[in-house]
Write a protein that binds this ligand. Structure first.
Ligand code: GUN
Length: 442
């Protein structure tokens, strides 16, 4: 094996100089010495020792992506977007799958911290468990205190840069679109009640139907996967239209109906949420709420990599929240409002599909960013996990119209600043896409 000593000898420099050049120390090496070392390394076919490099730099060229389920196309799409960003920046990726065990997620953060990875991306729904959320926040704070960077895709509960899908709002838009087609008897394949993404989508749908004066839908809880949708579809009774809170559940429901000779959409209409790419080949094509998943993964990792390492963030384990003085934690500005142009490229014109732009329902009380405090309260107050208002109603209505006019899924970015820690929350509003799995009723 070719060692650093071999390179140093061939280049005629000290071991320290060779290490500075090849392991990327911050100490400068003159151009001619650098060239000698690089030439010697190339001639000998030297391959960098990553462990040595990590020691020299204090951080590796590795990032961690933690997902709930690698077999779920939702996570494949998010990870794909993030991994493209990692590849562009020459970073390697470690992937962990929690199998939907929140304890495993905390353990991964600890391991990735021990590996000194440069950044961690946590993808997936948070759970309605304040204790678990607090412990995850504490583990993240430890990692960030070591210079690590973090972003997440999901509810804004971790006090890190966040790409937050507008789950309630998307489901409400879908409910209005389906009601507009004449449906009034609905069932919701609602997933687990304690999973916030599932709960928010269910709540948004149910609330929108109530606002239209329609009967309460049948709500069937179950697993948040294909088998959960398959099982729950047996209990949809007389519903003429079924909303599965994610696409893979909808795919399970389609299989269940097919096996029982129930025709979609002739006998029952079915809709999902996410627009996973595997839907492209489904017959009938699935009505859904499109989220630009790969873009969301890419955006989240980009945010993590462009954030200054947190320095002064302290966590009081007893309080279970970040304990910045209130004066530092309340400065909020809805700044960098963006509509992601790349999102428009996701609008593939599936045959027979109609994209229904989101309807700009900024008046609804429940359409804001996920604003639960870490205690898990769902009271909908405009208070973030650090006790800071994230984006109050005024900011929300100020930013919403501009983004809602866009044709693709809209994103709304807010910079949440607190003292020397700035973090960003990018809210992604999905877009209802009507396809063949839904038909007009009556
Ligand atoms: N949409 C939001 N979260 C998820 C998830 O965990 N799985 C799937 N399939 N869709 C989602």
């Amino acid at each position: 094996m070719i060692t650093l000593e071999d390179v140093a000898r061939q280049a005629g420099v000290s071991l320290a100089t060779a290490s500075r050049v090849l392991n990327g120390s911050t100490r400068q090496v003159g151009a001619s010495l650098r060239a000698k070392v690089e030439r010697a390394a190339a001639e000998l076919g030297y391959r960098t020792n990553l462990a040595a490099q990590t020691l020299a730099r204090g951080a590796s060229n590795v990032i961690g992506i933690v997902v709930h389920d690698l077999t779920d196309p939702y996570f494949a799409a998010l990870a794909d977007g993030a991994m493209r960003v990692a590849a562009e920046q020459g970073l390697l990726v470690m992937v962990g799958a929690t199998h939907r065990d929140p304890e495993q997620e905390i353990a991964y953060v600890a391991s990735l911290n021990a590996q000194r990875v440069r950044a961690v991306l946590l993808a997936g729904s948070r759970v309605d468990d304040p204790h678990v959320t607090r412990r995850l926040r504490e583990e993240l704070a430890r990692y960030r205190a070591n210079g690590g960077r973090v972003a997440c895709v999901g509810q804004d509960l971790l006090d890190v840069d966040t790409v937050a899908p507008a789950n309630r709002e998307g489901a409400a838009d879908l409910a209005r679109a389906l009601a507009g087609l004449g449906h009034s008897r609905f069932a919701v394949l609602a997933g687990p009640p304690g999973l916030l993404t599932a709960a928010d989508r269910c709540a948004g749908f149910v609330e929108a139907l109530a606002a239209l004066g329609l009967p309460e839908p049948v709500v069937i809880h179950g697993a948040f996967d294909r088998d959960g949708g398959y099982a729950a579809a047996r209990e949809t009774g007389e519903a003429t239209c079924v909303f599965a809170v994610n696409d893979v559940m909808a795919v399970g429901a389609l299989a269940s109906y097919r096996e029982r000779g129930i025709r979609v959409p002739d006998d029952v209409s079915v809709a999902g949420f996410d627009d996973i790419t595997t839907l492209r080949d489904h017959v009938p094509a699935l009505t859904t709420v499109r989220l630009p998943l790969a873009d969301m993964g890419a955006k989240a990792l980009t945010m993590a990599l462009t954030t200054e390492p947190a320095t002064a963030l302290t966590t009081d384990p007893a309080a279970g929240s970040n304990t910045r003085p209130a004066s530092e934690s309340t400065a909020i500005s809805a700044t960098a409002l963006t509509t992601d142009p790349a999102a428009g490229s996701n609008t593939r014109p599936a045959s027979g599909s109609t994209a229904v732009p989101a309807t700009g329902s900024t008046a609804g009380p429940a359409v804001g960013p996920d604003t639960r405090p870490a205690s898990g309260s769902t009271a909908g107050s405009a208070v973030g996990p650090a006790g800071a208002p994230i984006m109050g109603p005024a900011a929300r209505s100020a930013v919403a119209p501009a983004t809602r006019a866009a044709s693709g899924p809209a994103t709304e970015a807010a910079k949440v600043s607190g003292g020397d820690v700035g973090r960003r929350v990018e809210r992604v509003v999905g877009e209802v896409v009507l396809r063949e799995s839904v038909r007009r009723h009556g």
